[in-house]
Design a protein around this ligand. Structure first.
Ligand SMILES: C[S@@+](CC[C@H](N)C(=O)[O-])C[C@H]1O[C@@H](n2cnc3c(N)ncnc32)[C@H](O)[C@@H]1O
Length: 412
């Protein structure tokens, strides 16, 4: 058995777990071979369009097929369509993997895939092809974003979610190893886009010599007002703590997160700073900290992550309105706590990487506190929409992830 067969079998196994057990692809892909990663991500990004093509040639509804078989079907078609593998080889490999995982379904996979690879792919150019099919997003999410984003930004958001995110490094804490080439991000200063030597750069990040970070996240962290005592709630894995630590090295800083495993990542990340924050494990709703004791608090809240679909493509297939409502409740409690920890006259920077109003302006508006303008402080060319709540929405696109940010304050 050669290594590429192993990589495909691993991809099918990961896909079946993501599909049937709601597992997180990024976690299962930690340390996986590059081909496994590529296949899993391309299938998760294009799942809806792949299923549309597969369903046209498969008699049984795909939803009733065993998850391992669904994984083999999607993987075979995705490999034929998006990787440089000849279609006949992609089909043969998917059939071989199916023989290992569920031998009795190999005939179905063979027959369906042979026909599927001959089918036309929904046209990318033709305006009649609905956006959800063209860009493989759930129709309900496209409808939501149509209400939220102008046409050009909507299309860029959908198209960028179908591409892998380039590896970007936070310049102030990253050493470039030999063989790595990088250029400054076009919009966000202090971010380097790796153009050559991606695997060496990724190794440098794994070895604690560099830090990979989304450019928009860097721009958002820089919006935290200056202050002598700063707090970051929900701080792990620590990207924004690094930016704040670089920008405001002379301040007293505390960074807190709930989950011990993630706090370990945070503690490791802040070792890159010359003056790291104090790191705490705790629930930000009941923090072990004195009320009204910080000049500025950054709350980068847990959220649905709809601004990060290019990194976490499976989010779009499992998110529900109930999930969004549950997150909004948690966010409300976290924001109330952040406000309580802030001194009179101070500010709370509330950010999420969700584009959904329930998790952003609706949470902020329920508190009835002043909101200060913030959009003008973003890098001038970074696309943004100013919201009627006083916040700013940075749409996802080729420049980086999507975020919504509100600056509450000065607080009474
Ligand atoms: C969006 S991430 C934060 C990313 C981080 N600010 C950064 O830039 O690397 C949200 C974090 O909220 C944490 N979290 C969730 N519920 C929490 C709670 N009740 N108290 C504190 N942290 C919480 C999660 O563990 C997760 O690390």
């Amino acid at each position: 058995m050669n290594s590429s067969v192993d990589a495909r079998r691993e991809a099918a196994r990961v896909l079946a777990r993501v599909d049937a057990q709601q597992a997180h692809a990024a976690r299962l892909l930690d340390g996986a071979p590059p081909l496994t990663r590529e296949l899993v991500m391309v299938v998760l990004r294009w799942q809806l369009t792949l299923d549309h093509v597969l369903q046209a040639v498969t008699h049984r509804p795909l939803s009733l097929v065993h998850p391992a078989v669904r994984a083999c079907l999607r993987m075979g078609l995705a490999e034929a369509r998006f990787l440089r593998t000849p279609p006949a080889v992609a089909v043969a490999e998917a059939v071989r993997v199916c023989k290992v995982l569920l031998p009795k379904a190999a005939g179905l996979v063979n027959a369906s895939l042979r026909r599927a690879v001959q089918q036309p792919w929904p046209s990318q150019e033709e305006e009649g092809t609905p956006l959800w099919l063209r860009y493989s997003h759930p129709p309900w999410l496209v409808e939501r974003w149509q209400r939220r984003l102008p046409e050009n930004l909507l299309r860029q958001a959908l198209a960028s979610a179908q591409q892998p995110a380039p590896l970007c490094l936070l310049a102030g804490v990253s050493q470039l190893p030999a063989g790595v080439e990088a250029s400054p991000h076009p919009f966000v200063p202090g971010v380097l886009v790796v153009t050559k030597g991606g695997s060496q750069a990724a190794q440098a990040c794994a070895g604690g010599k560099a830090y990979a970070m989304d450019p928009t996240a860097v721009a958002v962290a820089r919006l935290l007002p200056r202050g002598q005592r700063l707090l970051e709630l929900a701080a792990a894995p620590g990207g924004k703590s690094l930016v704040v630590g670089l920008e405001q090295a002379d301040s007293l800083r505390v960074a807190l997160d709930l989950r011990v495993g993630r706090v370990r990542l945070l503690a490791r990340a802040v070792r890159l700073l010359t003056s790291p924050p104090r790191v705490l494990v705790g629930d930000a709703r009941r923090p072990p900290l004195r009320r009204h004791s910080f000049h500025a608090v950054l709350l980068d809240a847990p959220c649905s992550g709809t601004g990060t679909l290019r990194r976490h493509p499976e989010i779009r297939w499992r998110l529900t309105s109930r999930h969004i409502a549950e997150l909004a409740q948690l966010q409300q409690e976290l924001l109330a706590s952040a406000v309580d920890l802030t001194a009179p006259g101070g500010h709370v920077l509330y950010a999420t990487c969700s584009l959904e109003p329930e998790e952003n302006e609706e949470v902020v508006q329920r508190l009835g506190l002043p909101v200060s303008p913030i959009a003008f402080q973003l890098p001038p060319n970074l696309p943004r929409l100013e919201l009627s709540s006083g916040g700013v929405l940075i749409p996802p696109g080729p420049w980086g992830d999507g975020f919504v940010v509100h600056l509450l304050g000065p607080l009474p």
